[in-house]
Write a protein that binds this ligand. Structure first.
Ligand code: NAI
Ligand code: SOE
Length: 372
């Protein structure tokens, strides 16, 4: 039975950023208690952004109690327990570190940082406080189910892992002035923005990457961030792979896909068809083998009990709700939450190796940190 709100602990949230992710997070804060039995009663205390008009509209639309234009004023507020970071990437580190040092619970958008060194500093500051990184795709039922099948041994020894994140924003001149196209605000281009998702999913499903060779490419003259990033990788489990992201994948507004080929089977996913997972079982008798197109909405699929009845599909917003719900439950149970800052450092480690390889034209080996 759902806990009564009187027995719940109030958590006042300050959300910094009221753009695309501000909307997605506001929805998650509002929805999580409807789907998850959590010990916390989330209060939409204050929303922060730079554009006063847009800020007031967002506050009115989602029911934020107050607005603020200076994020620094939020850090020491006694009536704020949670700082949610939904701003351009270069602001993640200063806000997250200040918030963690003030003892706040920190929710931070991806990519965690603009460099590996910055990510390490953030992880060090964040470790003592409850925190999450919004790598939402791990909590898509199809991806969580793929993980389950891999762990059950249904794909066997992995041979190939190939993954893509393609959009077409680079081909749209109206986007060129946005923060994603300026290194000072974004840190990197398609690599941090899009490939970071691919890397997080790859590490989750197929484990650590041991070495890689990469290309970063800029199509637009004068642009100081990459438009496309691709790498050939070797995984520690013996498989090889390719990972690719581009803003010039014309024809693909937002394609996020992967395929894993193993000795016992194949898994295939595409965000275009996010309620489905393809599975080919190579252990079935030969004249029976076929690619199964599984609707992952229950019964017994991850998250089906959280949301609707079997066969009733979910949408883009649901993995964010699930990320938040799992996080709040981990705060109650004391269980370690993933994706945390240390997990996100591993994504940054791959991005860092990718940039070094692209600059040198050489294969680069990945090494691990001793945790400071
Ligand atoms: P956006 O451009 O839609 O919104 C950015 C917001 O930041 C705006 O409200 C703006 O006013 C605010 N802002 C900028 N500078 C600020 C400052 N100095 N102080 C306070 N507010 C400031 O950007 P979007 O798409 O919401 O991206 C935000 C973050 O979310 C990025 O780190 C991005 O990588 C990440 N993201 C993650 C996604 C995911 O799948 N998890 C999807 C899209 C974005
Ligand atoms: C860029 O257009 C973007 O919104 C990214 O920032 C997201 O992380 C990705 O999920 C979709 O594309």
């Amino acid at each position: 039975m759902a806990k009564q709100s009187v027995s719940k602990k109030k958590l006042n949230i300050a959300m910094i950023g009221s753009g695309f992710m501000g909307k997605v997070h506001s929805n998650a804060f509002r929805q999580v208690g409807h789907f998850y039995d959590v010990d916390y009663d989330l209060q939409l205390r204050v929303v922060c952004g730079r554009d006063r008009v847009k800020l007031e509209a967002a506050a009115a639309q989602w029911g934020w109690e107050e607005t603020e234009t200076d994020w620094r004023k939020l850090i020491d507020r006694k009536d704020v327990e949670v700082i949610d970071i939904a701003v351009p990437n270069a602001l993640h580190a200063p806000i997250a570190i200040a918030a963690a040092e003030a003892g706040k619970i920190v929710l931070c958008e991806k990519p965690l940082a603009t460099s590996l060194e910055e990510a390490r500093r953030m992880a060090k500051a964040l470790r003592p406080v409850p925190h999450l990184v919004w790598f939402n795709y791990r909590r898509l039922p199809a991806i969580a189910y793929a993980k389950q099948l891999i762990e059950e041994g249904r794909t066997g020894q992995p041979y190939h892992y190939r993954a893509l994140y393609l959009n077409q924003s680079g081909n749209d001149p109206s986007k060129a002035s946005g923060w994603r196209y300026q290194r000072s605000a974004s840190g990197t281009g398609a690599a941090g923005d899009l490939l970071s998702h691919v890397i997080d999913t790859a590490l989750y499903l197929n484990g650590p990457i041991s070495e890689l060779t990469a290309v970063l490419h800029v199509f637009a003259a004068g642009r100081d961030v990459d438009d496309a990033a691709m790498a050939m990788v070797r995984f520690s489990n013996g498989s090889i792979g390719t990972i690719e992201a581009t803003r010039y994948g014309v024809g693909n507004p937002n394609l996020n896909s992967f395929e894993l080929n193993g000795s016992k089977g194949m898994l295939q996913f595409s965000l275009d068809d996010m309620n489905r997972l393809n599975f080919y079982d190579a252990t079935e008798r030969a004249n029976f083998r076929a690619r199964r197109n599984i609707l992952v909405t229950g019964p017994d699929h991850p998250y089906w009990k959280t949301f609707w009845k079997p066969g009733h599909t979910i949408g883009y917003e649901h993995p964010f709700i699930a990320t938040l719900g799992d996080f709040l439950q981990s705060m109650s149970s004391g269980e370690k939450f993933h994706v945390n800052a240390d997990d996100a450092v591993e994504v940054e480690r791959v991005l860092d190796a990718l940039a070094r390889s692209a600059a040198s034209g050489q294969w680069v080996k990945l090494t691990t940190d001793a945790k400071a």
